[in-house]
Write a protein that binds this ligand. Structure first.
Ligand code: NDP
Ligand code: 2IT
Length: 448
């Protein structure tokens, strides 16, 4: 609850100014709620209007994306880039292509990205972009023409030291390749303007795996420090079957856990023998098939057509890795009743505020997205470093740096929570630890 007068009044102004932006206001509320103990002790924040400035993006562009489909029909989508905050580095954050993309979704993601990027310890500001374009069912040619049209407008606003986009839902290696090609063509300039690139043209080893791997490095450190346990022998349920979910499953298995279920937007599969990852990768990364197809290829697996029922399966650890608000209070109650001991967010804001509250009250270890899924953008930061040096590190080097970053993020969040008198509350810890560096930079840089 917002009790601090300054925090409350800035939230109210933000709500009045962004009335219909539900997801954005949800993200702001969570951050503000967590920051209260810190704000109480730092009157200079109010004196310098830090929170007022923090919730207003530096700029947000919206543009038409016109392209021609395979039947020769002209199609029009809407594109966005939100450059939220550049206090500690160039804007950095993914692009999401999904029909549910709205200004509210882009702003919530950009806002979260500010603190996440700060937590990585790398010099990265916060931004996000995307389009309401739906890549599902489109041919490669259609994807290419859409990406080219999108970049034809976006290229005016980005640059290797200005704003560096990457992937998110619906944007993976294929899309980044087409976006990069168009940027290079328009600017006649080969530069690290995007991350998540192919290895042949400046991509970093381990970027594909980084978000999922990082999530498990964080979870492992949380279990060791807060419970004296490891992942060995743990039963894990994962939602989603995209980039984050697949590499979360891979690392969970490598660390000795058994992943019994995964999902997509249509439904989930339960495999009592443990998910067969080569089959899942073939279906999702190569064939772009529905997850129900898994049951036709793996005997003993069962399909359920309600994706939220995945949270009704008994497990030790739940990893929501699909999308925002996918795990609500009802699902949280089912997980708690079945004995879940840890929940770590691979997706951005996948747990509703009610679900988070229930986990914290029940003593379930809870790893919030901006800390737990920061491995993706951290490795994007490492890709930027390699591009500036015109050099590339081995998989092992990048993976070792990623692991160190995730372990540090955990301890910084854990320590910050303790210093705020909220020991073990990583929601408070992650928000405060991420905020400190950004607010200090804003204070030092003057009023903008
Ligand atoms: P992908 O597009 O690779 O996969 C997304 C997965 O989530 C798919 O299984 C998809 O199912 C499912 N999904 C997407 N939208 C919805 C929806 N509205 N309802 C239900 N299911 C949905 O994306 P990523 O794996 O890259 O991203 C997943 C999450 O992780 C997002 O929240 C993203 O913001 C976050 N994230 C991603 C990072 C990255 O590096 N890629 C870094 C940090 C966070 P279907 O195929 O049926 O649509
Ligand atoms: O939400 C995220 O952190 C991402 N989609 C990754 C952003 C990035 O710039 O790598």
């Amino acid at each position: 609850m917002l009790t601090n007068a300054y925090v409350k009044s800035v939230y109210e102004q933000t709500a009045a100014r962004n009335g219909t932006d539900r997801e954005f206001l949800q993200a702001v509320y969570e951050v503000f709620d967590a920051l209260q103990p810190y704000v109480e002790k730092h009157p200079e924040l109010e004196a310098n209007g830090i929170l007022e400035r923090l919730v207003e993006p530096d700029r947000m562009v919206s543009f038409r994306v016109s392209w021609v489909d395979d039947k020769g029909k002209v199609r029009v989508n809407r594109g966005y880039r939100c450059q939220f905050n550049s206090a500690i580095g160039p804007y950095k954050g993914g692009l999401r292509f999904h029909p549910t993309v709205t200004p509210s979704v882009i702003k919530f993601l950009g806002f979260e990205q500010i603190f996440k990027n700060s937590l990585t310890g790398l010099p990265l500001g916060g931004g996000k972009g995307g389009s309401d374009f739906d890549p599902k069912g489109k041919s490669d040619g259609e994807i290419m023409r859409f990406c080219q049209a999108f970049m034809t407008e976006l290229h005016r606003y980005i640059g290797a030291n200005v704003d560096v986009p990457a992937g998110d839902i619906g944007v993976g290696g294929r899309e980044i390749g087409y976006l990069f090609g168009q940027y290079k063509y328009l600017k006649n300039n080969f530069t690290g303007v995007l991350t998540g690139k192919g290895l042949a043209f400046g991509g970093s080893l381990a970027r594909t795996e980084a978000t999922g791997y990082g999530l498990l490095y964080f979870t492992d450190e949380m279990l060791r420090t807060m419970r004296g346990e490891t992942l060995d022998g743990k039963v894990v349920v994962i939602s989603g079957a995209g980039n984050v979910a697949i590499y979360a499953a891979q690392k969970a298995m490598e660390l000795g856990a058994k992943v019994i279920a995964m999902s997509d937007s249509q439904g989930y599969v339960y495999d009592p023998n443990g998910i067969n990852l080569p089959v899942m990768k073939q279906l999702k990364e190569k064939e772009r098939a529905r997850i129900s197809e898994y049951c036709n290829r793996v005997p003993g697996a069962v399909y359920g057509d309600n994706r939220s029922d995945v949270w009704k399966l008994p497990c030790d650890i739940a990893l929501p890795c699909a999308t925002q608000n996918e795990l609500d209070g009802e699902s949280a109650k089912a997980l708690i009743a079945n004995g879940v001991t840890a929940v770590a967010e691979g997706a951005n804001m996948p747990c509703t505020p009610e679900a988070v509250e229930l986990f914290l009250e029940a003593g379930v270890l809870f790893a919030p997205a901006k800390a737990a899924n920061a491995g993706g953008v951290a490795t994007s930061g490492l890709e930027m470093s390699q591009n500036s040096q015109r050099f590339s590190w081995t998989f092992e080097e990048v993976d070792a740096k990623l692991k160190t970053i995730m372990v540090n993020i955990f301890h910084n969040a854990y320590r910050a929570a303790e210093e705020c008198g909220k020991k073990g509350n990583l929601v408070v810890g992650a928000n405060v630890a991420g905020f400190i560096k950004v607010s200090e930079a804003m204070l030092a840089e003057g009023v903008f």
